[in-house]
Design a protein around this ligand. Structure first.
Ligand code: AZC
Length: 828
């Protein structure tokens, strides 16, 4: 490889544009691109003109990066992900280009406030939660570290639904993020791909008598690529996120159209376009729907063909270099169908013999597991698979036959139980294709996303696979990009850090550790907490605008933001709020530091109990917020439509970070990292990355509580009876019974009983009641800590100082070292 540099430290920003130069660009685009005038332009037009001005720099970087990667013929990682939760790109691109200050000034001189223009942008919410946001942080780091990379995914017309509350209940509205076009994307008609689905497979013999399989597809769909440039921070690389939009194939439509079937042709159009129409809104549940499988196959097939076209431009039909040039990271099992697709291309199209093709595949794919929840482990009915992808099913059968024969039976001769357990095909009344098994068998590396999670992937999910291939398994602890999650979202703290630890921390986050030396410094403590106070005042305004609730920035801001799921235990938080409320009613002088409990969460539209929990929190909030007896000691707010943009406003204002999942259930968490980075103190279980956060910040600076992974297992093994906790703890009993009355829903008793029901009759699968007592003790500890102003400031500072490990740059470096073996490619 002939890369110019081997250092992946970002280079310093090129000479940034002056405000004057930016002004000239903005005005030029207002005229030439937007076709409007200075005095007539709407805020939307100003925003778009500024985006166009910024894009001049973005596209410059994009062209040079692509030229450099092409000329140097570098090895590259191809990140395959069904989700990218990007959020807004405006301020992110400005920060990464080093243009934020110039743009702010330019716009101010043109009479506009940059933060107001930022509000013109819709979130690009092409993901559900953790997994999709991780992909977005990773592509930011890849570009920043000058690593050759392409992100591949789907160009959904509608991203994650927008959430509204009607009388406290979640209502979903479609998300039309690009209704009026998105200034950051470029359509690439020259790179359109075609993808086949349905149909049947024919066995034919060639002139040499060799058997060949020919797939006669039932339908052909066109994949149109949209490129989103991904700007590295002060680096020179601009990588690409390539998202595929589905359209009806021209070829197919003409036939129907010419035979007079205009209406039929239109219907086909609609069906083809359905594929990229909408993101499935399920976080950690597998839908098993045909359209979902087609989505997965559509984007994998388009992406592989795109990669192969690029490879062939440099190497022709010589496949020998392919595994040296290409690595594909599968973001969970969603893109696992890429494995049989690459086999099909190599065997059926490139006429390669099976062993040679399989050897290539096994050097190319790596798989990241993001969850152990059984309901999230994808499996597809063989019946449906055969209908949609008949040739791929045959290939999977062959992969499985060889795996069972050459690996499993060699290791455990004659052991049919092992074969049954390890088979990619799950036998039974309805045989299923197990995508996790396929991913492990087809990949050279498999990783979990935090130490404890990777251990559980090995011990609980795939123990036999580990016995077969111990070196295949590794860990890469997640990380978050400090550019978005500190630099851009918390400008006050960022400038303080610039002063105290220097300006290099955004690309070298360990430098924050220098802050620890100031943890006892009274002036630094005061400044740090003054910034927190200002951020809280800002958030208080947003809360008031969105919910009409007035909150006092002097109270503790206690924040739980994440998807709504029983295992994340928002209802544990709610039960504790109810317990506090009850204590206040029983003892009007109950002494507690005033606290604002703030939630943000979307529930999957079909997840009934999750929606009931949202409703319960909203009803309890309504009651408590209006109860004079509470004297503002407790406020409860549920922020509607939680998304990246809202997270950016909430995280800098958090005092307390709620990370309270049942141990063993949260693979990693990444919100936990963002909150700690911004100086919030975690109340958390020993789960996922909380364990590693605790190691970094030290026991004094985190409130750990509850059952450990082993204790959870023991309790389940010995038989867990949630009713015992209900009967033995009067506070638990009282608050659960309370939910059944009409106290929070006047005239409608029983409206909030779903929670109690799931915890008692439902058996409390996530051990809410078992952890309640420890949780309330941890909360009491927080209350005590907060009363000591200096002590709290020190803890908050130590959190920011000690979480440098959790930059996504470190995660990416781990992937480079443990999985990808990639070299940076410096771009001039
Ligand atoms: C999430 C995990 O739940 C979360 O713990 C982790 O931090 C995140 O991935 C990134 O690794 N999982 C998902 O969002 N979804 C699925 C299907 O696992």
């Amino acid at each position: 490889m002939t890369n110019k540099t081997t250092s992946n430290k970002p280079t310093t920003a090129a000479q940034p544009l002056t405000a004057e130069q930016l002004k000239e660009r903005i005005v030029r685009h207002l005229h030439a691109t937007l076709g409007t005038d200075l005095n007539k332009a709407s805020p939307q037009a100003w925003w778009r003109a500024t985006c166009a001005a910024v894009n001049e720099s973005v596209f410059d970087g994009l062209r040079t990066t692509q030229r450099e990667h092409y000329e140097q013929d570098t090895r590259a990682v191809h990140y395959f992900s069904l989700e990218y939760l990007m959020g807004r790109l405006f301020s992110n691109n400005l920060h990464n280009l080093g243009l934020y200050q110039s743009a702010k000034q330019a716009l101010a001189e043109l009479g506009h406030d940059i933060t107001e223009l930022e509000e013109q942008e819709e979130d690009m919410a092409l993901g559900n939660g953790g997994l999709g946001r991780l992909a977005a942080c990773f592509i930011d780091s890849l570009a920043t570290m000058n690593l050759p990379a392409v992100g591949y995914g789907i160009h959904y017309e509608h991203g994650l639904f927008q959430q509204e509350f009607q009388a406290g209940r979640q209502i979903e509205r479609p998300d039309s993020w690009r209704e009026y076009g998105n200034p950051w994307e470029i359509c690439r008609p020259e790179s359109v791909q075609e993808v086949s689905v349905y149909g049947y497979v024919e066995t034919v013999y060639d002139l040499q008598g060799r058997m060949k399989k020919v797939w006669h597809p039932g339908r052909i769909i066109k994949g149109v690529p949209w490129d989103i440039p991904v700007v590295g921070y002060h680096g020179s690389s601009v990588n690409v996120l390539r998202l595929w939009e589905s359209r009806a194939s021209d070829f197919f439509n003409w036939d129907v159209f010419n035979s007079g079937g205009y209406v039929d042709a239109s219907r086909e159009n609609i069906e083809a376009e359905t594929i990229s129409k909408v993101l499935y809104p399920n976080d950690e549940t597998e839908a098993g729907k045909e359209l979902r499988l087609i989505q997965q196959y559509f984007f994998c097939s388009c992406s592989l063909k795109d990669m192969i076209r690029r490879y062939k431009r440099a190497h022709g039909d010589d496949w020998s270099q392919f595994p040296q040039q290409v690595v594909i990271q599968l973001n969970d099992t969603h893109p696992a169908v890429a494995i049989p697709e690459l086999m099909r291309i190599l065997v059926d199209r490139a006429d390669m013999v099976w062993d040679e093709a399989w050897a290539i595949c096994q050097q190319v794919f790596a798989y990241t597991n993001h969850t152990l929840l059984p309901e999230a482990l994808e499996s597809w009915s063989v019946r449906m698979f055969e209908k949609v992808l008949p040739r791929h099913l045959e290939i999977i059968y062959e992969i499985n036959r060889r795996f069972l024969l050459e690996q499993v039976d060699v290791r455990w001769p004659g052991d049919n139980d092992k074969k049954r357990k390890l088979s990619i095909i799950e036998e039974g009344h309805e045989p299923m294709v197990r995508m996790g098994h396929l991913s492990v068998v087809g990949s050279f590396r498999v990783n979990g996303v935090a130490e404890v999670h990777s251990k559980l992937v090995q011990s609980d999910l795939f123990p036999e696979m580990v016995a077969l291939w111990p070196d295949k398994f590794t860990n890469v602890t997640n990380g978050v990009t400090p550019r978005r999650w500190l630099k851009a979202c918390n400008p006050r703290l960022s400038s303080m850090l610039d002063r105290l630890v220097g300006t290099e921390w955004p690309t070298d986050l360990k430098r924050l550790s220098k802050l620890a030396a100031y943890a006892d410094d009274v002036k630094v403590q005061d400044d740090f907490m003054a910034i927190k106070q200002q951020n809280k005042a800002d958030l208080a305004k947003v809360i008031n605008e969105l919910t009409g609730v007035a909150v006092d920035p002097a109270a503790i801001f206690d924040i739980q933001i994440k998807r709504l799921h029983e295992y994340k235990r928002q209802h544990l938080n709610l039960l504790h709020i109810l317990a506090l409320y009850r204590r206040i009613l029983q003892n009007p002088d109950y002494d507690m530091v005033p606290r604002v409990f703030i939630f943000g969460a979307k529930a999957a539209p079909g997840y009934k109990l999750a929606k009931e929990i949202i409703y319960a929190i909203n009803k309890v909030a309504e009651k408590i917020n209006h109860d004079k007896r509470v004297k503002d000691r407790i406020k409860v707010v549920f922020m509607p439509n939680y998304r990246v943009t809202l997270a950016e406003k909430m995280i800098p204002a958090a005092d307390v970070s709620e990370q309270i999942s049942t141990a063993g259930k949260e693979a990693s968490g990444t919100g936990n990292m963002k909150l700690a980075l911004n100086g919030a103190i975690t109340v958390g279980t020993l789960d996922g990355a909380n364990i590693e956060i605790a190691e970094e910040v030290g026991a004094d600076n985190i409130a750990i509580f509850g059952l450990t992974v082993d204790e959870v297992k023991d309790l389940h093994r010995s038989g867990y009876h949630s009713r015992d906790y209900y009967h033995n703890n009067p506070e638990i009993k009282a608050v659960l019974d309370w939910l059944e009355t009409d106290y929070f829903t006047p005239g409608k008793p029983g409206e909030l009983s779903a929670i109690k029901h799931s915890l008692l009759e439902g058996g409390d699968p996530y051990l809410v009641l078992a952890d309640f007592e420890a949780y309330q003790a941890a909360q009491q500890q927080i209350d005590g800590w907060y009363r000591d102003k200096a002590g709290w400031a020190k803890k908050a500072i130590m959190n920011t100082a000690c979480v440098g490990k959790f930059t996504s740059d470190r995660s990416i470096q781990d992937y480079v070292d443990r999985v990808w073996q990639l070299k940076p490619c410096h771009v001039d």
